[in-house]
Design a protein around this ligand. Structure first.
Ligand SMILES: CC(C)(COP(=O)(O)OP(=O)(O)OC[C@H]1O[C@@H](n2cnc3c(N)ncnc32)[C@H](O)[C@@H]1OP(=O)(O)O)[C@@H](O)C(=O)NCCC(=O)NCCS
Length: 172
């Protein structure tokens, strides 16, 4: 599954990209480790890529490398966790690629794909309330702020309770 949308190309991650991920310090970036959900805390790059490939195999959580459509260079990551007709989108963008609309466009593309090809009726986007950039990504893609959640969170210095915004987008 590959999608080209303007200057972005969304494609599955490849196991051969471990060295590039290490070089880009993707899984070591403090902002990604602080805010992105999932298994970044303990996984190394090879294990992380193996998980992304496995995600496609069982269909539970398809994910894309968000790449530059011209160079093919990975700029970020977007993933849709699926539970029945509901999905939740998660994402990160490499530090050097931030501030250019990559996350906003990638979430839009992945969301439209999820509604069309996964048959979702609802897509959630959850972010810690301190993550202002993520709140903008949600708003710019038309996600409505539906709830304030208070949940345990592993913040790198131990487990703490963090407040989250739950944003929701419904299929039309
Ligand atoms: C959040 C993140 C994905 C945004 O990626 P990005 O490609 O830079 O985002 P965009 O360029 O699409 O910008 C989206 C909006 O966020 C705003 N923004 C970016 N950084 C910001 C910051 N530090 N504080 C406040 N707003 C910020 C941008 O100005 C833009 O809003 P605008 O159009 O109204 O100006 C990126 O910063 C990141 O990877 N962070 C670490 C991981 C993470 O937080 N993942 C999401 C978990 S829910």
């Amino acid at each position: 599954m590959e999608i080209t949308a303007g200057t972005l190309h969304l494609r599955p991650w490849s196991l051969t990209e471990a060295d590039a991920l290490v070089a880009a310090l993707a899984l070591r970036d403090p902002e990604i480790r602080r805010w992105a959900t999932g298994s970044l805390e303990k996984a190394d790059e090879r294990a992380w890529l193996a998980q992304r490939v496995a995600d496609w195999a069982d269909g539970s959580s398809p994910s894309f490398a968000v790449a530059d459509a011209t160079s093919g260079e990975a700029l970020g990551h977007v993933r849709v966790r699926v539970a029945g007709e509901r999905g939740e989108v998660g994402y990160w963008v490499l530090p050097d690629a931030r501030g250019r609309g990559v996350a906003t466009r990638a979430v839009g593309v992945a969301g439209r794909w999820a509604f069309a090809f996964l048959g979702l009726s609802r897509l959630d986007l959850r972010h810690a309330t301190g993550n202002a950039a993520s709140c903008r990504v949600a708003a710019k893609n038309g996600f409505a702020l539906t709830r304030l959640l208070s949940e345990p969170w592993w913040g790198g210095e131990g487990e703490e309770t963090v407040e989250f915004h739950l944003h929701t987008l419904s299929s039309v």
